[in-house]
Design a binder for this molecule. Structure first.
Ligand SMILES: *Cc1c(COP(=O)(O)O)cnc(C)c1O
Length: 383
C-alpha cells in the first residue's frame, strides 16, 4: 500500500499550479480594487484583467474583445447555448448537439425545450465519434446553433471539430464547442477550427475552480443571461473576480506552453496503463483507440460494478472515477456509455483513469498491479 495519494482523476479537477497561485495572490490582498473604479487601485485591477484577456485571446488566436470571463465551465456552456438560442428565437427554434455531451450542455438544451426549442441529439459510433455528415443532414432552416464537445470527459474521444466547423460555416450556422476537457491538452485555434463559440474551465487545467472562459466570435448576437452591470462588454454582469481571471489566464498559458513537453510523457503513461489493464480477462477500452485525450485511459469490465472498483482503489490510496452512478439503490450506467452501445453487463463496470503532470511510472505500475485482484475478487462476490 502506497503512502501518497495516487490521483488519477484529472478529468474531474486538478490541483492549482503553484505558479498560478503566485500570480493570483496579490489580487486577494494588496490589489483588491474594483475594476470599475476610476482611481489608481481600480485601474490596476482593470489592467490585470486586460492583460489576462489579451493573453487568452493570443492563445486562442482570437481578439481580446471576443473573450468573456465567466463563473465556470458550466456557465460558459449555458451562456453560449441559451444566449445564442434566445437571441435567435425569431429566426428558428432548432438546436443540434450530440448524445454524449456534458450535462452542462444536455440539461441546457432540455431547459430550452420548455421554451419551444427542439433539439436533435446526434448518435455516436462505438468509439464515441460524431459523424460530420450527420451534422450536415440534421441542419434545417430552423437551426440556430450546433454544439459539439471537443473531447469527451468520460471516454476521452476527440471529435472531428474542424470538419464539423467547416460544415456549419458553409451553412452559416453558429457553432459552439465545449472544449473544457481539451483546454489543457490540445492547441486551441478558433480560426483553424471554424468555431464561433468555445467554452473552457480553469480548474481542468491547473487553474482555480469557479472560473470559466467563453470565446464569442465577433458578430455573434448573444443574449446575456445575467443582468446587472456592463462588465465583460455586457455579456456577464458582476464585479470581476480579478484573482480568478489572472489565475485562469496564467494557467491556460502554462498548460498550452507545456503541451509539447507533457503530451509525450502522458501518452506513454496512458498507453502503458491501457496495455497493463487490458491483460485483465473480460476487459475493454472505451473510447477511440487513437483519437483520444493523451491523459485518458477508460475501461469497462464485464460483470463488475464501477463503484465497487472505486471503493477498493480508494482503500489503496488511488483516486479514480466511474461512469456509472448509484442512484436510489440501483446503478445506472452513464448516458455516454449507453450511447456507445455497450451492453449493460459491461456498462455498469466502467473505470476512468485520467493522468496529470505529477503522475509517475510508479503510479501507473501500482494501479496495474492492484487492479486485477480487485476485479477478480468483485467478480467472485458477484459485484
Ligand atoms: C468539467 C466539465 C464542464 C463543467 O465545468 P465546470 O467548471 O466544472 O462547471 C463542462 N464540460 C465538460 C466537458 C467538463 O469536463
Amino acid at each position: 500500500m502506497s503512502e501518497r495519494l495516487i490521483y488519477l482523476d484529472h478529468a474531474a479537477t486538478t490541483a492549482l499550479d503553484p505558479r498560478v497561485l503566485d500570480a493570483m495572490l496579490p489580487y486577494f490582498t494588496t490589489e483588491y480594487g474594483n475594476a470599475s473604479s476610476i482611481y489608481t487601485l481600480g485601474r490596476h485591477a482593470m489592467q490585470a484583467i486586460d492583460r489576462a484577456r489579451e493573453q487568452v485571446a493570443e492563445l486562442l488566436h482570437a481578439r481580446p474583445t471576443e473573450i468573456a470571463f465567466v463563473g465556470c465551465g458550466s456557465e460558459s456552456d449555458n451562456l453560449a447555448i441559451k444566449g445564442m438560442a434566445f437571441a435567435a428565437q425569431k429566426k428558428g427554434n432548432h438546436l443540434i448537439t450530440s448524445s454524449i455531451e456534458h450535462h452542462a450542455v444536455l440539461h441546457t438544451c432540455q431547459y430550452l425545450e420548455r421554451f419551444g426549442f427542439k433539439t436533435t441529439y446526434l448518435p455516436v459510433d462505438s468509439y464515441g465519434r460524431v459523424n460530420p455528415d450527420d451534422v450536415a443532414r440534421a441542419i434545417t432552416d430552423q437551426t440556430v446553433l450546433v454544439s459539439i464537445m471537443y473531447a469527451n470527459n468520460e471516454i476521452g474521444t476527440i471529435e472531428p471539430i474542424a470538419e464539423i466547423g467547416r460544415i456549419c460555416r458553409a451553412k452559416k450556422i453558429p457553432f459552439h464547442v465545449d472544449a473544457v476537457q481539451a483546454g489543457g491538452a490540445i492547441p486551441l485555434n478558433v480560426t483553424e477550427l471554424n468555431v464561433d463559440l468555445l467554452s473552457l474551465s480553469a480548474h481542468k487545467f491547473y487553474g482555480p475552480k469557479g472560473m470559466g472562459i467563453l470565446y464569442v466570435r465577433q458578430g455573434m448576437r448573444l443574449l446575456p443571461q445575467l443582468q446587472g452591470g456592463s462588465q465583460e462588454r455586457g455579456r456577464r454582469a458582476g464585479t470581476e473576480n480579478v484573482a480568478g481571471i489572472v489565475g485562469t489566464a496564467t494557467a491556460l498559458r502554462l498548460a498550452q506552453e507545456e503541451i509539447p513537453q507533457i503530451t509525450p510523457r502522458l501518452t506513454a503513461l496512458r498507453d502503458r496503463l491501457i496495455e497493463g489493464i487490458l491483460t485483465i480477462p473480460r476487459s475493454r477500452l472505451t473510447g477511440h483507440p487513437s483519437e483520444r485525450l493523451p491523459n485518458n485511459a477508460s475501461f469497462s469490465f464485464e460483470g463488475v460494478e464501477g463503484e465497487s472498483i472505486l471503493l477498493n482503489l480508494d482503500l489503496l490510496g488511488v483516486a479514480a472515477s466511474t461512469g456509472s452512478a448509484c442512484t436510489s439503490g440501483s446503478v445506472d450506467p452513464s448516458h455516454v456509455l449507453v450511447a456507445l452501445g455497450l451492453p449493460p453487463e459491461w456498462s455498469h463496470g466502467s473505470l476512468r483513469l485520467t493522468l496529470g503532470k505529477e503522475n509517475t511510472n510508479e503510479d501507473v505500475e501500482t494501479v496495474i498491479t492492484a487492479l486485477p485482484p480487485i476485479i477478480e475478487k468483485l467478480r467472485g462476490l458477484g459485484m
